[in-house]
Each structure stands twice: as C-alpha cells, then as structure tokens.
Design a protein around this ligand. Structure first.
Ligand code: PEP
Ligand code: MG
Length: 582
C-alpha cells in the first residue's frame, strides 16, 4: 500500500482502478522538408490552425452548455493562443526559413513556451502551461492525422492518473466514467482544478512524482477532502473508505430532508446561511443546497482564462444569471479582488515581489477607474433584477472607501442621465480583511450598510502568514486568539450601530468555528455551498446559550492550539454524530 499527499481541489471519495494517462504520445522527431516545399508546408500549417480553431470553438460551446459560459471561456483563451501573432511569426520563420516540417515546428515552439510558463514564479502563469499543451495537441492531431489517446472514450469506470491534465481534457471527461482525478502537477487555482470542481469529480493535484509507482489497473483511492491518494490499499483501508463513502452518501440523503427548513438554533435564533460562489452556473446548486442567498460572489473569476477584460455586457450577463437563479434571495456582489494569487493580474499590472501587500483588490480597481466603472455599471444594472448588494474588498483606509463610494455615485448618475433604469437604494458594504480597519472601524461604520469579515485575509494579515505558503501553514490559524479578538471587536462596533456583520472566510465552513462565531453574536455566515447542509444540521441541534458559553470560554484561551482543541471537544458534545463524521 502506498499513501501520498497532494492538494485537495475537489471534494469526495473515489475508489476504483487507475487509468494511467501518458500524454507524451506525440514524439515529434526532427524533420526538415525538401527545398521548394516550404510554401506547401506553410499552407498545411495554416490549414491545421483553421481546423484546430473549429475544434476549440466546438469545445468552447459544448463546455459552456455543460458548465456555463465562464468555464467555456477557457477555450476562448486557447483560441487566442492559436492566433497569437508572435507565435505565428516564430512558426512561420521555422517553416519557411529553416525548412522545418509543420509538426516539428509546432512541437519545438509549443514545448518552449509551455516550459517557460511552467517555470514562471506566479502560479497563475505556471498553470497556463496546460493550456499551451492543449493547443499544441489540437494542432498535432490535425497535422499527424492521428487522434491522440483521448480520455473521452474511456471504456470503463476509472480513476484518471496523469502527470498533468489540460482543462480541455478534464472538461471532455464523461463524469459517469471518470470516478476521480489525480495529477502529479497542478495547484488549486489551475483551470483543471476549477473544471473538476465544477463537474463534482473528486480530485487531488500537485502530488509530485509518483507515476513510476503506479500502473493502469492498480486499485486507487482518492480522498478529495484531505488531498490523499492511496495506491493498492490493504483490505482494512479499502473497507474504511468504502464505509466513509457510503456514510457520506447517506449523510447527503439525510441532510436533504432539512434543506427547506431554516437554520435556526433549537431555541429559535435564526442564522442566515449564505453561499460563496465563483461562477454563475453555481447559483442553481446554492439554491439546491438550501442557501439563504449569496454572501460573497467572487467576481474576479470572470477573468478566468482570458487575456482581455470582460465587457460591461459580459459582467452584466453573469450577474443577471446569478440574481435570477437565486430567485429573490439577496446577492452580495464583491467588486474585483484581482491581484496576488488571483487570476487576471497579468493583463492589468506588473508582477510584484510582495503581491499580497501590493496593488491588489480595491487598490487595483481604484487605480483603474475605467475598469472599475464598467463593473459598477453592470452591478447597478443587475440590481434592478433583485436584491443586489455591493461589497468592496480589502478596504484599508477611509479614503479608499470614500473613493469607491464616490465612483459608485458618479456611475449611478451617469446611468440615470443615460435614461437607464437603475436601482438607487443598493446597500453598500465592505470586507474587513485588514487589522487596520478593525482598529478604525468606528470611523468607517457610519459610511456603510454592512460589513463582511474575510477571515482568510484577516488571518494572513494579522499573523503575518502568507495564506498560500505551505511551509508556514501551521501558523495560519483562523482560531488564533488575535484573530478572534478582531472578529469580536468588529461585530461589537457594527452591532452598536445596528449594522450587520457576516463572516465569509473559509472559517465558516468548519462547524466548530461557525458555532463559535454564532456564540460571539454573528448571525450571517457565508460558506462553500457544499458545506451548507451540514452546518444547518449543526445549528439546528444547539441552543444559542450553548454557543455563547462556548464563545465565552474560547475567548479566554491564549493560543490557537488551545482554542482549536477546546472547540473540537465542545463540538463532539453538542452536535449529532452525522456532523462530526461529515
Ligand atoms: C477572505 O479573505 O476571507 C475572503 C473571503 O476573500 P478571498 O478568499 O476571496 O480573498
Ligand atoms: Mg480576501
């Protein structure tokens, strides 16, 4: 039995036989064409580009139909690679001036670009290497006339194991046949991970070199919750995971029964459970899981896989779909939080040494008024369709909040002057993610309608721990007493002015931490849609007094370890087994 650890990117447990997919199938050897053949070879290449474009466009359309326009747009980015002038001119010079065969030129140039992208220090760029390989593959399929081994026609159910999968390969999977995905390369922000999540296929990426230790047909378990891979499990491990999988299925069925019941404590205190979403097509599953609304719409995902800014109409269509699908429930649209580890930064600003402390989020939007105005126009237009609220991310100074509000007002006046129908009474909130804001919150609070605490960034900035750096992951603790004090202070200041406070960081996904937040007085939590049913179950099984007692004691502890141990112990005594096992 072999156990490996990777990055969990799509939850669920899969047990099945491995299908090891070796994509190094096209080995193009050096090949030159005869004198005078270069023009014919160039035409062959031009024709291959045309055919590959048609195929990518068809992929774009079918993926958009299955998973929504935004994920389909991954292929728009690939289409742009195909028609990139610099790439084309390099290929032309190899074919025309150096007599390379079209296949050889494509293989040389694309391999060079993919390697350069893979080495880039920014994870956004390194994860684009898979897109380049996808385009290369499409061209070589046409040029060689040999379709490469594809995963679309898998004969039986399998767990796909590969060094790397391109988004195109992942989106082409038959979810009935592909039980799980495991790759040596990749990170959580890559397109492949996002596509796997969208298709609800359990996936673990970034496992490191292990393909030499596995063969097609070996039994594999993928634990998409913990990021674990087990090859050739022993009987006890297989039985444990089978039980876990069955148990999770039965939990999901049981939780379906409370889907339409409110998240009320057993003594009747209503907690709003909102969803965090990244793509418009997820709104339907938020409703299916019983979300009270969208508490955080991460609009920067509109930039996924594109190298041109979305138009106002594209913003509007995405927001309109979410608002309509949420059927009158509130939708909090966060303005672009681009930068640092987020996608799309490359087209807007230079790489930075300390991106988390750099030109990201609201700073970037305020530095680019045309970009910011386009988004705000779309939000105000979508606000006519339902209960839309605007939220600004990573506010640090009052000047930033005022500038953002000023822009909002001016855009709203423009729209009115153009005779556009807009909603004037849109609630405006801000995220609390920077300790400075907590210290100064009494000055901010009169100028906003609500606050939402982003514990992912608040933890990073309070504890000086990079949230994406594995080597300091043990220090990254949202339950650290310093973070808890900042949350408490935020809630107290907001409550004094009768403004609502929600928590939308990952902390809310953990039932023990969520009950602590409820005990501290928070009445709105925003979390991953898949985590909503289990948290609702937890909330419905406790009294508000129990949560308050838990919070009172937790806030008197001195270290993150003590707080975590205390909360886990309390949870075990308060909630039914189903919550603990989920
Ligand atoms: C947060 O920082 O907690 C948050 C919700 O925002 P994001 O994770 O998108 O930075
Ligand atoms: Mg944040």
């Amino acid at each position: 039995m072999l156990e490996l650890q990777g990055i969990a990117v799509s939850p669920g447990v899969a047990i099945g036989r491995a299908l090891v997919f070796d994509r190094e199938g096209y080995r193009i050897t050096r090949c030159l064409v005869a004198v005078g053949e270069d023009e014919r070879e160039w035409q062959r290449f031009v024709d291959a580009v045309r055919q590959a474009s048609l195929k990518l466009e068809a992929n774009r359309q079918s993926t958009a139909d299955k998973l929504g326009e935004r994920i389909g747009d991954i292929f728009s980015a690939q289409l742009q690679v195909l028609s990139d002038p610099q790439l084309q001119s390099e290929l032309e010079s190899l074919i025309r001036k150096r007599a390379y065969s079209a296949e050889y030129a494509v293989s040389e140039v694309f391999t060079k670009y993919a390697a350069a992208f893979r080495k880039a220090s920014s994870s956004f760029l390194s994860e684009r290497a898979a897109d380049i390989r996808d385009v290369e593959r499409s061209l070589l399929e046409v040029l060689t006339g040999q379709p490469m081994e594809t995963l679309k026609t898998i004969p039986h159910e399998a767990i796909i194991v590969s060094h790397e999968l391109t988004p195109g390969e992942t989106a082409g999977f038959d979810p009935e046949k592909v039980l799980g995905i495991c790759t040596e390369a990749g990170g959580s922000g890559g397109h492949t991970a996002i596509v796997a999540r969208g298709m609800e296929i359990p996936a673990v990426v970034g496992v490191g070199n292990f393909l030499h230790q596995i063969r097609s047909g070996d039994e594999v378990i993928i634990d998409g919750h913990l990021g674990r891979i087990i090859v050739s499990p022993d009987d006890a491990t297989r039985d444990r995971y089978r039980e876990r999988r069955l148990f999770r299925q039965s939990i999901a069925t049981q939780l379906q029964e409370i889907r339409d019941l409110p998240a009320c404590t057993s003594d009747g205190v209503r907690i709003e459970l909102m969803a965090n979403l990244e793509f418009p097509h997820e709104a339907a599953s938020c409703v299916a899981r019983g979300a009270d609304g969208v508490g955080l719409y991460r609009t920067e995902f509109l930039y996924l896989g594109r190298d041109q800014e979305p138009t106002e109409e594209e913003h509007y269509q995405a927001y309109a779909q979410v608002v309509r699908d949420m059927q009158n429930r509130p939708v909090v649209i966060r303005t672009l939080d681009l930068g640092a580890d987020k996608m799309g930064m490359t087209m807007l600003a230079e790489p930075e040494n300390n991106p988390f402390l750099g030109l990201r989020s609201i700073r970037l939007s305020l530095r680019n008024p045309p970009l910011f105005r386009i988004q705000v126009r779309a939000i105000l237009r979508a606000a006519c369709l339902g209960d839309v609220r605007v939220m600004f991310p990573m506010i640090t100074t009052l000047d930033e909040l005022r500038s953002a509000r000023f822009l909002l007002r001016s855009v709203s006046e423009d729209l009115a002057a153009e005779g556009k129908h807009i909603q004037c009474a849109v609630q405006v909130g801000m995220m609390v993610e920077v300790p400075a804001v907590v210290l100064m919150l009494d000055r901010f609070i009169d100028e906003i309608d609500f606050v939402s605490i982003g514990t992912n960034d608040l933890t990073q900035y309070t504890l000086a721990v990079d949230r994406s750096n594995e080597s300091v992951a043990d220090l990254y603790q949202a339950c650290d007493p310093a973070v808890l004090r900042l949350i408490q202070r935020t809630h107290l200041i907001a409550a004094e002015k009768k403004k609502s406070t929600s928590v939308c960081g990952e902390m809310s996904n953990n039932p023990a931490y969520a009950l602590l937040l409820v005990g501290m007085g928070i009445r709105t939590l925003s979390l991953a849609p898949a985590a909503i049913p289990i948290l609702k179950k937890a909330i419905r099984s406790v009294t508000i007094g129990q949560c308050e007692a838990m919070a009172w004691r937790a806030l008197r502890l001195s270290t993150a370890r003590e707080v975590d141990a205390f909360l886990m112990n309390q949870l075990a005594g308060l909630v039914p087994e189903i919550v603990l096992q989920a």
